[in-house]
Design a protein around this ligand. Structure first.
Ligand code: ADP
Length: 370
């Protein structure tokens, strides 16, 4: 690790401490920025984006805790590593409060110089790994988007021209030729729906905070059921629901409901009418939604695996690309929620997901900070 590539923001209003800490860090090879109050620290973070801030707790204009909260609430700097450091606020309750308010660590002075340097290095190592992971996720997202996008156009051409040919040849097609045409059209259709799923998935890798709006989920369900009307009718599915709330969420939450209800109908037990029930209840800090079915169920050993992209438990006999649940998970986690399933083979499944009650900004993990 080349330490001079990293700038550290050192924040303290007590000049001797500020000076001593900066000296230790500079001697270790870091570039050090300095601020002596909260407003100055926030400004410097926004302007210069150092990856780590050593943040005194007692500052003249606002507490270090408040600075940390503002860092976490500001999208472009929310990912900064915050290490509180204090001589006066040294009790356990201060440390607990600081960490609960979003700090990554809390050091109590006196801190030995070598411990300070080693701690900063350790955080930067973790930070490097996190950045590499984020970059590789972004690359993967760009890759799948580009592939899907590039395949879209030639596929459209194939479909349009196959349809034209079919229309022109019309009555002359028979037997094997007609079957071949059907295969071409079916394969094109399958590929179209795969590409559309892939495009939706790569769109969901972008942060969702900016699209948050008030959503009446009961009206949303009506829309979803309208979208799924053909499949509901063909399977004779019965869909019921409890009163559903108005929430703050990304509009893509519709996709989550739609994918879960589609699966609840799709993975039904042969000869049994699919029954799906949607409900929601408020719990501290979030709404808990559930989609319950009476379908074939899922072996508990696969209950995490099914959320991985392209993971399918059922072969080609049931149409699908293995993207629906991965997409639902991306969307739910993209605004701070969780998604999981409880199920037994043969006894139906209940999928749960949560949506934060007060969704004011995208979560930290979705923010690029450098
Ligand atoms: P797809 O349905 O396209 O295969 P999904 O990502 O939506 O992809 O689902 C992944 C796998 O999880 C499915 O292939 C299926 O095996 C299983 N699964 C999803 N929902 C249910 C359900 N409600 N009941 C039983 N199995 C399910």
């Amino acid at each position: 690790m080349n330490l001079s590539d990293y700038s550290i923001l050192n924040v303290d209003d007590y000049r001797p401490s500020l000076y001593a800490r900066s000296k230790v860090l500079r001697q270790a090879g870091f570039e050090v920025l300095e601020a002596t109050n909260g407003a100055g620290a926030l400004q410097m973070l926004s302007d210069l984006r150092p990856p780590l801030v050593l943040l005194d707790v007692n500052l003249p204009d606002m507490s270090g805790f408040e600075v940390c909260k503002r860092i976490r609430a500001t999208p472009n700097i929310a990912g900064t590593t915050v290490v509180h450091i204090s001589a006066s606020s040294s009790q356990s309750r201060h440390q607990v409060y600081g960490l609960d308010s979003g700090a990554d660590s809390y050091m109590v002075e006196p801190v030995e110089p070598e411990v300070l340097v080693a701690t900063v290095k350790a955080f930067l190592r973790a930070r490097q790994a996190e950045d590499a992971l984020r970059r590789s996720n972004e690359d993967l997202g760009r890759f799948s988007y580009t592939v899907a996008h590039e395949l879209s156009e030639p596929l459209r051409t194939i479909t349009v021209h196959a349809q034209l040919l079919e229309r022109k040849l019309g009555g002359q097609l028979s037997g094997e030729t007609a079957d071949s045409f059907q295969f071409v059209m079916q394969s094109a259709h399958r590929m179209r729906s795969f590409i559309d799923d892939l495009l939706r998935y790569s769109h969901a890798t972008h942060p969702s905070g900016s699209n948050v709006a008030e959503i009446d989920t009961e009206a949303l369900l009506v829309q979803v059921l309208f979208n799924l009307d053909a499949v509901i009718q063909s399977k004779g599915a019965r869909i019921t629901h409890d009163p559903l709330p108005t929430i703050f969420a990304d509009a893509r939450i519709e996709q989550v409901l739609q994918n879960l209800i589609t699966n609840a109908i799709k993975y039904s037990q042969p000869g049994i009418t699919p029954e799906v029930h949607i409900s929601a209840r408020e719990q501290p800090g979030s709404w808990l939604f559930s989609v319950r079915d009476n379908g074939i169920g899922i072996d508990p050993q696969y209950k995490d695996g099914i959320f991985q992209i392209f993971r399918r438990l059922h072969g080609r006999d049931v149409a699908g690309h293995g993207i629906g649940l991965a997409l639902a998970q991306k969307i739910v986690e993209g605004h701070g929620g969780k998604i999981w399933v409880e199920s037994e083979p043969g006894a139906g499944s209940t999928f749960y997901f949560t949506v934060l009650t007060e969704l004011t900004s995208a979560p930290r993990s979705n923010q690029a900070s450098s």
